[in-house]
Ligand binder design. Sequence first.
Ligand SMILES: Nc1ncnc2c1ncn2[C@@H]1O[C@H](COP(=O)(O)OP(=O)(O)OP(=O)(O)O)[C@@H](O)[C@H]1O
Ligand SMILES: [Mg+2]
Length: 268
Amino acid sequence: MTAEAKRTAFQELPFYSPQGQEIALFENAYQHQLPVLIKGPTGCGKTRFIRHMAARLGRPLYTVACHDDLTAADLIGRHLIGDGTTYWADGPLTRAVREGAICYLDEVVEARKDTTVVLHPLSDDRRTLPIERTGEVLQAPPEFMLVVSYNPGYQNLLKGMKPSTRQRFVGMSFDYPRPETERQVVMGESGVKTATAERLVALAGGLRALKDHDLEESASTRLLVYAGTLINNGFDPVEACRAAIVEPLTDDPETADALMEVVRAVFG
Ligand SMILES: Nc1ncnc2c1ncn2[C@@H]1O[C@H](COP(=O)(O)OP(=O)(O)OP(=O)(O)O)[C@@H](O)[C@H]1O
Ligand SMILES: [Mg+2]
């Protein structure tokens, strides 16, 4: 299997605080054998949600980080040479189909379009995976599910998914959680008490409202969790926010100053 692919079989349910109806929708899609497409900004909980759902549904999870060198063979498999003979090695997609697992293609818009085309017969009502090199055609069992995600923010015109690929999926849009949910996430993940979590969420609200600085994306839930983790370990809150939130957001000193003003207004 390629280095980018990972199989996880969950013993415990990863903590996930829902934003809306996404759990019911995902369960429904699973039951009716529909593939799912998840969009949303960085650090808003897409990967955590899929890990949670795989555990909840009791399926192993194959995660593939897509990139522009990813070939169809990386997903499906290839012949390898060893002990003087050649043998066939399944790729993560093929394994997931055989096992009835969930296959999760992260940042799917990074993959070349000719790679995503191999998903077509698998993601419509045929639910088949033809393996050209061996002549095998796998029929996906009902437990198999295909999930893809991407961040529309990084997307450029060349990179979007083909309509014929997109229109094979049920789509869900994620965003940063509502303040109450985000507070629970920050507390649950970093261990900070309510008052600190509330301040971090208020800070995120302030930073996300800043429109006149050309940040590619604003402060994510992930960064709030990082800041909370540092604060919970005794770090000064203003310095924790500089290290965990402001530095990852920008390289521009003026923008950093403006962001630090918001930090001081909340924690100073
Ligand atoms: N709803 C949530 N419930 C629990 N934890 C959450 C939730 N949303 C965000 N988190 C926290 O934020 C972190 C980042 O979330 P995650 O890795 O799922 O983001 P992502 O949307 O996959 O981002 P990327 O597009 O960068 O991969 C998680 O590790 C977790 O600590
Ligand atoms: Mg992710």
